[in-house]
Ligand binder design. Structure first.
Ligand SMILES: [Fe+2]
Length: 472
């Protein structure tokens, strides 16, 4: 009997060790650098530099296709375990279907899962939005489970993906185990292997650019595969700060990031009947730069066929919280969004939920730049005064055609909540704010069906704390 138990223990140990050895991070879906409407990219990490990998996928579990586009980057950064990030494109997915995929290592199947192929422009779909997530809190993990239970087709993160500095080590601890867990429970859920996440960068993802201080920072560029169709930018220009560090650390980072750096922080993506624009709102970006605002204008103008236009970035221009109130730099883009017929802007950064009235905003000049940091030389934000016009007739129930853009702050995705005292103190809200919920963590769910969009804000237990319908 003892011998049997001992053998079982050894076998168990062997199995768990070999399972760990196959992947450093298990496979997860991304929309990919090219983001074709019938394609997704499968990404995984491995410490085995010699293995031969194959990805097979099927729309019907009968006919299997093989990915013929598998690329990898080597992450070899001081203080971290060297690994490869492998990206396999799966093309020819039946839109709106569920496909099955399997990963083969040296010709043996080592991972199988199913995924949601992107929807076509005529199919209904649903998505979840939550920001400020990877804080390793109970609330983050419970909201991951809530997101999984909502059965979204994809998930959008308006920045602050992983705290404190967006490092490799932090992703390993606070991100993959929660959103790419093997089972669904109070600690996380197997979401990312079946539906892609899309993310804008927040300050905690992209502000650490001194690689001598934090060599494994900027992991966003290594681990995400999102469209590379935004403005290119150059270090020291309007979009990209100077990368600091010795040559070894800088080379290690650029090798690990590959072609994602520095372009991947601004991009657009078409899904179903919607056009999505993801922007970098971090304070190092100069949003008074005309080339940059022209790119957003042109991007929106070139997507006129889309029924819905959504914009995602981290720092909200319209925020009633005392916290981060002065960081209003993205207000400068309000006229561009209005001209581009943007329906909803999703933000994070402020750790609560806020919804504006449908509104337009005319900035007075470019606002006043605020400096901060220890030496007073870091840009803290920009105060942008101006005139807003609010549509108070829209109620999202009986009157559902808004006149203007609706701005939603959905930054209650896991990190400690901001300003709970303001929830009932309506006098402390700015005039553009219609809803302000800061005493519960929550996520945004959205269901799109043709010309109708139903948004619900839900807490961990699924309780609806805000709801609105928008129609065209
Ligand atoms: Fe933030």
């Amino acid at each position: 009997m003892l011998k049997l138990i001992f053998t079982a223990l050894i076998l168990n140990l062997f199995l768990s060790v070999s399972a760990q050895e196959v992947f450093y991070t298990k496979p997860y879906l991304q929309v990919g650098y090219n983001a074709a409407p019938d394609a997704l990219t499968l990404v995984w990490h491995t410490t085995d530099f010699n293995a031969n990998w194959t990805v097979e996928y099927s729309n019907n579990k009968v006919d299997w296709k093989k990915s013929n586009d598998i690329q990898s980057n080597t992450v070899s950064i001081v203080g971290t375990t060297s690994h490869k990030v492998i990206k396999a494109t799966m093309e020819g997915l039946t839109q709106g279907g569920i496909f099955t995929y399997r990963v083969l290592k040296n010709n043996s199947i080592v991972f199988t899962a199913s995924g949601n192929a992107p929807k076509s422009s005529t199919q209904p779909y649903q998505f979840v939005v939550f920001g400020d997530i990877g804080a390793e809190t109970k609330d983050q993990k419970q909201l991951a489970l809530r997101a999984y239970l909502e059965k979204p087709d994809f998930i959008v993160v308006p920045g602050d993906i992983v705290y404190e500095s967006g490092t490799i080590a932090e992703y390993r601890k606070k991100f993959w185990p929660v959103y790419n867990a093997d089972t669904a429970n109070e600690n996380g859920a197997p979401i990312m292997r079946s539906v892609p996440f899309l993310a804008a960068v927040g300050n905690h993802d992209a502000d650490s650019r001194d690689l001598d201080k934090t060599p494994d920072a900027l992991a966003y560029y290594m681990y995400w595969a999102q469209p590379l169709n935004g403005p290119m930018g150059a270090e020291g220009g309007a979009i990209v700060p100077i990368l600091k560090g010795n040559e070894t650390n800088k080379n290690a980072f650029t090798n690990a990031a590959g072609k994602a750096y520095p372009r991947m922080t601004n991009f657009s993506y078409n899904y179903g009947n919607a056009h999505w624009t993801f922007l970098d709102a971090d304070t190092y970006v100069d949003w008074t730069n005309k080339e940059l605002t022209d790119w957003v204008s042109n991007d929106l103008a070139s997507s006129k066929d889309a029924i819905w236009h959504f914009v995602v970035f981290h720092h909200p221009g319209f925020n009633s919280s005392v916290e981060h109130f002065e960081q209003q730099q993205m207000r400068l883009l309000a006229p561009v969004f209005e001209k581009g017929k943007v329906d909803v802007v999703f933000n994070g950064h402020v750790h609560n939920y806020q919804r504006s009235f449908p509104m337009t905003f005319a900035p007075v000049k470019q606002g006043v730049l605020l400096m901060g940091g220890k030496d007073g030389k870091t840009i803290r934000g920009r105060v942008v005064p101006g005139k807003w016009t609010l549509d108070k007739k829209f109620d999202g129930k009986t009157i559902t055609k808004p006149n203007g853009v609706i701005y939603i702050v959905t930054g209650a995705g896991g990190q400690e909540l901001y300003n709970p005292e303001q929830e009932k103190d309506t006098d402390s809200w700015q005039k553009f704010t219609n809803k302000f919920i800061s005493t519960v963590h929550s996520l945004t769910t959205a269901k799109v069906s043709g010309n109708k969009l139903v948004i619900q804000q839900k807490s961990q237990d699924g309780k609806i704390v805000d709801a609105l319908t928008i129609t065209k």
